[in-house]
Design a protein around this ligand. Structure first.
Ligand SMILES: Cc1cc2nc3c(=O)[nH]c(=O)nc-3n(C[C@H](O)[C@H](O)[C@H](O)COP(=O)(O)OP(=O)(O)OC[C@H]3O[C@@H](n4cnc5c(N)ncnc54)[C@H](O)[C@@H]3O)c2cc1C
Length: 509
């Protein structure tokens, strides 16, 4: 009998590709398959958030994403008699090397991730569909079907459903997907627009809804997004129809031409009841779908993957206890729920036909938004949320503060900031990284010998000197996904040792 595969990744959208990249960096044995013969060529998700750019930097792909993408630094709200200009991401983002939202077609993002995997000799098995799952002892038996009708049975210790909104893994694992569909239909087009100033996001607001233009770059300069007007015929989307809607919003000032992709779609707000059932996990759209308000979908999926991949890798290698896998749901499900709430609120404000909300949208928002956003506090909070830099796992069982947490600076469960700049790059390689702040004399090598015994390939030690986010003596253990697992003030190592024994125990080392 052949030994079961460690991980079967089902679905090679952005979530599955990111998971595969992380599993590969740990040398885990896995396969990644996708039922479609080719990767998606449509633009779909168009915005990459700062936290995703940071998280992907460890694979060396972020420079290429940034080079191919289009950062937008301004939002222009077009009102009947004036244009209100708001800076985007200009505040509250000093601790990242990527203080902007990057507009890039999902097709390009997937192409870059696929290229990275190919360079690591990872083959995405296309035209291969997961059709059935069965739990058998400590593994899962998976039935795969290829495009030519041939079938194969694979045993895997873990299966991750990165297989999108209609996830087979979710259905086969018996996990519910509760929520609702929004009644509205949306219109989307990638095209050229004459009359729009480049380098900004443009929005037009009226009583009937909102029209957006995002600076996409490729395969067309602009992405248009609008709600189908109530009562408009539910027919195939054509350029003339989009032009008519644009004329109503923008008073005939814009000319649409050369569409590359035009479609319409319904939106849902649904979340998986659980992110895990035994050896089956869900990530990305398989676990949560919502409106594109705030451009969170693909970003949340990629970050699900990067929360899970290293945990699976370490457990499969016997370097971490199975209990570590329980922290995937306890850390990521609250993030998923908060994205569902936040996008629902934004969507309701943008689309509701309730007279009060319409009034707020058309009369009050244009007046109040600039005032509210002029204050640095609210603007900074909005950007921290949308950029996903504000995500933390402080309540996770895998986040532990020492008996004396530092008075200032990042705490256990927080993302390691990139301030001073370069801090994230120092701790970007696979594995855990122990950052030591304060006088180097506090941290001679011999103090760490017991901690590193049997784990020296898993924990890197970095003495920070002047380039520390903490003011005095601090020990901080950075997890492989860039969040702080353990943080303590002072030079006592007992708490750190206890943390390491728990999550990277000696008998597993
Ligand atoms: C028209 C449209 C516009 C969008 N616009 C935006 C936007 O502006 N902003 C935003 O953030 N998001 C947007 N999205 C959503 C975004 O595309 C998703 O959030 C993102 O693709 C999720 O990635 P994923 O990898 O989790 O799932 P997917 O990209 O859906 O990938 C799932 C993969 O699994 C494969 N698969 C499915 N079932 C099986 C099976 N049984 N066996 C093998 N393979 C399987 C599929 O072929 C697919 O390749 C849009 C989506 C659509 C459709």
């Amino acid at each position: 009998m052949t030994a079961p595969l460690d991980v079967l990744v089902v679905g090679a959208g952005p979530t599955g590709l990111a998971l595969a990249a992380q599993l590969r960096s740990y040398g885990t044995t896995f396969r990644i398959l996708d039922r479609s013969l080719d990767r998606a060529r449509e633009s779909r998700a168009l915005a990459i958030q700062p936290r995703t750019l940071e998280a992907l930097a460890g694979f060396g792909v972020t420079d290429e994403l940034v080079a191919r993408g289009n950062p937008a630094m301004q939002l222009r709200m077009h009102l009947p008699r004036r244009v209100v200009q708001l800076p985007l991401f200009d505040i509250g983002l000093a601790d990242t090397a990527y203080p902007f939202v990057l507009f890039l077609s999902q097709a390009e993002t997937e192409s870059i991730l696929t290229g990275h995997l190919a360079a690591q000799d990872v083959v995405v098995e296309r035209g291969t569909e997961l059709v059935r799952l069965e739990r058998s002892g400590s593994s899962v038996t998976c039935r795969l079907r290829r495009g030519d009708g041939t079938e194969e049975t694979v045993d895997a210790r873990f299966v991750v459903g990165c297989d999108g909104a209609h996830s087979t893994v979710r259905t086969q694992a018996g996990i519910g997907f509760e929520g609702y569909a929004y009644p509205q239909t949306f219109l989307l087009a990638d095209l050229e627009v004459d009359g729009l100033e480049p380098g900004a996001v443009h929005t037009y607001m009226t009583g009937s809804g909102m029209l957006f233009f995002f600076p996409l770059g490729s395969p067309a300069t602009w992405r248009m997004l609008a709600m189908r007007p109530p009562g408009a015929p539910d027919t195939e989307v054509r350029l003339g129809f989009l032009q008519k809607i644009t004329n109503e919003y923008a008073s005939n000032r814009l000319v649409l031409r050369d569409p590359v992709w035009m479609t319409d779609f319904r939106l849902h707000n649904r979340g998986a009841a659980h992110y895990r059932s035994g050896p089956c996990f869900l990530a990305g759209d398989a676990a949560h779908i919502h409106s594109p308000a705030g451009a969170q979908g693909m970003n949340t999926g990629i970050q699900d993957a990067l929360n899970l991949g290293w945990k699976l890798a370490l457990v499969c290698q016997g370097r971490a206890p199975a209990e570590l896998l329980e922290t995937y749901e306890s850390e990521r499900a609250p993030v998923g729920r908060s994205v569902l709430r936040f996008t629902d609120r934004a969507f309701t404000i943008g689309t509701s036909s309730n007279p009060l909300i319409r009034l707020a949208r058309t009369r009050l928002a244009p007046r109040l938004a600039p005032l509210a956003l002029r204050a640095s506090g609210p603007r900074g909070r909005v950007f921290r949320t949308v950029s996903e830099l504000g995500i933390h796992y402080r309540r996770s069982p895998a986040s532990t503060a020492g008996s004396r947490p530092p008075r200032k600076g990042p705490q256990a469960g927080d993302r390691l900031p990139d301030l001073p700049r370069g801090l994230q790059a120092r701790s970007a390689g696979p594995g855990w990284h122990l950052l030591l702040s304060g006088p180097p004399a506090l941290w001679p090598d011999e103090r760490f010998a017991p901690l590193l015994r049997g784990r020296d390939d898993l924990i890197g030690i970095h003495r920070l000197g002047g380039e520390s986010p903490w003011l005095d003596a601090v020990q901080a253990l950075v997890r492989p996904d860039g969040y702080l697992g353990y943080v303590a003030h002072g030079a006592q190592l007992e708490g750190l040792r206890a943390y390491v024994e728990r999550w990277l125990p000696a008998q597993h080392a």
